[in-house]
Design a binder for this molecule. Structure first.
Ligand SMILES: Cc1cc2nc3c(=O)[nH]c(=O)nc-3n(C[C@H](O)[C@H](O)[C@H](O)COP(=O)(O)OP(=O)(O)OC[C@H]3O[C@@H](n4cnc5c(N)ncnc54)[C@H](O)[C@@H]3O)c2cc1C
Length: 570
């Protein structure tokens, strides 16, 4: 039995992303304002005083695991801090021009009008990692305790299933599971309210949604994978402040996919490709899709003479309103991407994540005011979300991703109609519900793959280390590191399935959907068959494997604190 230190806090936030950073800072500001008003008799109630507020983050520092595009709608940032620019918020550039390209194999057809949801004029292009680093500093200045290298490994419940805090991960365990000389037991952080802001497919969020049935009556969550590189390109190739979104090549019409190029300062561009993790083709490889995207003549022209600086990949929780879990339970609130707050049509979730965090903070203030941390008070968070602009924005696009599950053309027609009618058009059309992505992948036989030539899905893709890069090279540019002498944090619940059924039925798609070359099938001379090898140290924490595996036997849990990618500046 491991003896664990207990740390008592008032509120613990799990994950230092925009949702929780905005939440913690807003909570500090609200308490200060509340106490001042109560003290001078302008607000009823009691003063709350100094609360112990903490944020735990699995990355080595705030921002280290943050990956985004990012074009930021500043609406929430402005509500949080009206003078965010004067206070040094490190936005990179202001969007000066927008374009939407429909890509055929050789041409980029420039749409005469940019679809309104993709209009970004006046918004900001930024590194979200840098913004989070800056928000982290603001939180610390306000008295919030931030604990980097502290992964939330387990949710703590009392005997009535009420959440009472979180256990952080142990440090210094070797690959056989035995304590090393530097062993440090994880800490039990006890709190009146725990806020889960772990981002897309949070590991604790997944666990609590199952345990407390928070997704009952909702549609299954659906995800996409964004694969991104930062490039420095010759001056004149792509202007600062220019934003391009694309649809078409290389995705086929049955697969949800699209690209982006954002022009930043000093001739740096953010370029990436999003693939829906609800594709049919078992041989599809989202990393290869992105590399192929760069070979399009119009894209290759932009990158010509340039240099790739950094790489990253992360999933996006894309289903929106209908896939949003119940947002509270006794002692706990769910915010940001972890709870499907992203607007899939705009491919934007930063502003909604921040706003959800701020509404959670307002609920927590009221909980302390009433000294009640049960669902009775915390359910007010759901009401606050319904009464905010989050509802207006997300409800209007509630069927966007589901319509893409019927294919690109259906989505374009329905997307346009939904936009014109604020989502009402669905009332007149056959309703399409989200289907979990892993259920849609077809077997090799169903997809009618026959010979090996047909199975080579990317015959023309050469990883030339100039324009295109293989996964191992890209992973190097993600700055990933994990201590290799620790148990794998990628738990395969039944490796026999990998060697037998999965090999036969799907050709082990984990080798392809993982954008970091974590999974390999390797000949085992003892058994004379190919078996799974997990290179967990390559993992970029994107969570794709946990989502896309057709048998749902891969469980992503947090590795030792501090391990993972280094997305600083991404
Ligand atoms: C490729 C890509 C491009 C995007 N482009 C845009 C864009 O242009 N504009 C836009 O508005 N949105 C964009 N988004 C979406 C946007 O990035 C997210 O909506 C937003 O970051 C969500 O914020 P969050 O705080 O909920 O989660 P995240 O930003 O994911 O942050 C979660 C944090 O929690 C930490 N964490 C997770 N689990 C644990 C744990 N158990 N213990 C401790 N720490 C943990 C993570 O390390 C991370 O630091 C993009 C997303 C991707 C992936």
């Amino acid at each position: 039995m491991i003896e664990r230190e207990q740390l008592e806090m008032d509120v613990i936030f799990v994950g230092a992303g925009p949702a929780n950073l905005a939440a913690a800072l807003h909570l500090k500001n609200l308490i200060k304002e509340h106490d001042e008003l109560v003290a001078i008799g302008r607000r009823p109630g009691k003063t709350i005083g100094e609360l112990e507020i903490g944020i735990i983050e699995k990355g080595a520092s705030v921002g280290a695991h943050i990956l985004s595009g990012a074009v930021i709608d500043p609406v929430a940032l402005r509500e949080l801090m009206p003078d965010f620019l004067e206070q040094g918020c490190p936005v990179d550039s202001t969007v000066e021009s927008d374009a939407f390209w429909y890509m055929t194999e050789n041409r980029a057809i420039v749409s005469p009008i940019t679809p309104p949801p993709l209009k970004n004029h006046g918004k900001y292009i930024a590194s979200l990692s840098k913004i989070c680093e800056w928000l982290g500093e603001k939180c610390e200045e306000a008295g919030v305790n931030i604990f980097p290298e502290f992964p939330g490994a387990e949710i703590l419940y009392d005997e009535n299933e009420r959440v009472i805090g979180v256990r952080t991960g142990d440090k210094g365990i070797d690959k056989e599971g035995k304590p090393k000389d530097n062993f440090e037991a994880g800490v039990d952080i006890l709190a009146k309210v725990t806020v889960l802001g772990e981002g897309s497919r949070g590991s604790l969020t997944k666990e609590i949604m199952q345990r407390l049935g928070l997704l009952e009556g909702k549609e299954p969550q659906v995800f996409s994978l964004g694969v991104k590189e930062l490039w420095e390109v010759p001056a004149g190739n792509f202007e600062e402040g220019r934003v391009v979104h694309t649809l078409g090549f290389p995705s086929d019409t049955k697969t949800y996919g699209g690209g982006w190029i954002y022009g930043m300062k000093n001739n740096v561009i953010s370029i990436g490709y999003v693939t829906g993790l609800d594709y049919f083709d078992p041989l599809l490889d989202p990393h290869a899709e992105f590399q192929k995207f760069k070979t399009h003549p119009e894209i290759a022209k932009i990158l010509a003479g340039g240099k790739m600086l950094k790489y990253g990949a992360k999933t996006i929780n894309a289903g929106g309103w209908h896939t949003m879990p119940k947002l509270y339970a006794d002692g706990v609130l769910l915010v940001g991407d972890a709870a499907s707050f992203l607007n899939g049509q705009r491919i934007k979730g930063i502003h909604t994540a921040m706003k959800s965090g701020m509404l959670a903070a307002e609920t927590i203030l009221s909980a302390f005011n009433h000294d009640d941390f049960t669902s009775k008070t915390l359910e007010d968070y759901g009401e606050k979300v319904n009464g905010s602009w989050i509802y207006d924005e997300l409800f209007a696009v509630r069927n966007f991703h589901a319509s893409f599950q019927r294919g690109r053309w259906s989505a374009l027609i329905n997307g346009g109609l939904q936009f014109l009618t604020g989502g009402m058009a669905w009332g007149f059309m056959p309703m399409e519900h989200h289907v979990a992505g892993h259920e849609r992948m077809k077997t090799m036989v169903e997809y009618e793959y026959k010979d090996d030539a047909q199975k080579n899905r990317y015959p023309d893709l050469k990883f030339d280390n100039d324009l295109t890069f293989n996964k191992v090279t890209d992973v190097y540019h993600a700055g990933v590191s994990h201590d290799e002498d620790q148990p794998s944090h990628l738990h395969i619940l039944d490796t026999e399935i990998c060697a037998t059924r999965c090999a036969e039925e799907y050709g082990n798609p984990c080798q392809r959907f993982c954008p970091a070359a974590v999974y390999e099938m390797e000949e085992n001379p003892k058994t004379n068959r190919r078996e799974i090898k997990v290179n967990f140290s390559n993992c970029v924490h994107c969570k794709t494997c946990d989502i896309a595996d057709p048998y749902q036997i891969i469980n992503w849990v947090t590795p030792e604190g501090g391990g993972g990618p280094n997305y600083k500046g991404m």
